[in-house]
Design a protein around this ligand. Structure first.
Ligand code: ATP
Ligand code: MG
Length: 240
């Protein structure tokens, strides 16, 4: 049997359960999905359907209870600690639903840290981080700490941190969730431009309009499963 994957990023039969005392929550239940380089995928679905869980597994932040995630034919689970750290530091950019900014750091330092893990020198770290914050309309907020930023500003700092290292895959968990219409449109068009530069985008959103307008494919999650189709090219792409 031919087992070699041709996909760029591939999840096979992914499950993730959380145990709480005697009860078990199946956050993700036997999910398989293939992603081609340069795709823009929107993940939609109601609260608790497993969207964040799926992003955390694809980005190597969390490990599945069963199943595998492969990047360019290599299972994340079989990577050494160092290889996995490199995957996370160089290939993956992540915007968390709850931002996860470092409270003691300024906006600028929060962005610079991504380049620190990437091995960029201090001068370049500063230059590139300042440029991206400026692009996101935050040039007069660089010295603010997260507590002194609005929700939307924190969200933009989190996006700046994710994209400053030019990741091959951008995972974004509701990156416009805290933004007003105008700022949301601005972030959406910035993400579109990244996709045009061949970044692969995997984005969780509750905004169906934005998803339909911008992405190549929509994956709908329901009770820990993909609701329609397995997302493979040529089949199962959801039409809405
Ligand atoms: N650490 C955990 N321990 C126990 N259960 C968890 C844990 N993390 C998530 N869950 C459960 O797993 C399910 C899926 O959670 P997940 O965060 O993936 O949902 P989601 O689709 O991202 O929801 P939302 O739209 O609200 O962000 C939920 O029922 C949640 O309560
Ligand atoms: Mg979530």
């Amino acid at each position: 049997m031919e087992m070699k994957s041709t996909s760029w990023l591939k999840a096979r039969n992914l499950s993730r359960s959380y145990r709480r005392g005697s009860s078990e929550v199946r956050a993700l239940d036997d999910v398989s999905v293939s992603v081609e380089r340069g795709e823009y995928i929107s993940i939609v679905g109601s609260s608790g359907s497993g969207k964040t869980t799926l992003l955390n597994l694809l980005s190597g932040l969390d490990s599945p209870t069963s199943g595998t995630v492969e990047f360019q034919g290599t299972a994340l689970q079989l990577m050494t600690k160092r290889e996995l750290a490199l995957y996370r530091a160089k290939k993956v950019g992540m915007v968390f639903q709850s931002f996860n900014l470092i409270p003691q750091f300024t906006a600028l330092q929060n962005v610079e840290i991504a380049l620190y893990f990437n091995g960029t020198n201090a001068k370049e770290r500063r230059r590139q981080s300042q440029a991206i914050l400026e692009q996101l309309g935050l040039s007069d907020r660089v010295t603010h700490k997260p507590a002194d930023l609005s929700g939307g500003e924190q969200q933009r700092v989190a996006l700046a941190r994710a994209i400053v290292k030019k990741p091959e895959i951008l995972f974004a968990d509701e990156p416009t969730g805290n933004l007003d219409y105008e700022n949301a449109q601005q972030i959406a068009s910035l993400i579109n431009n990244l996709n045009k530069e061949n970044y692969t985008i995997i984005l969780v959103t509750h905004n169906i309009e934005l998803a339909k307008k911008n992405s190549n494919r929509i994956i709908k999650m329901q009770y820990g499963k993909i609701a329609e189709g397995d997302g493979a090219k040529g089949e199962g792409s959801m039409q809405i």
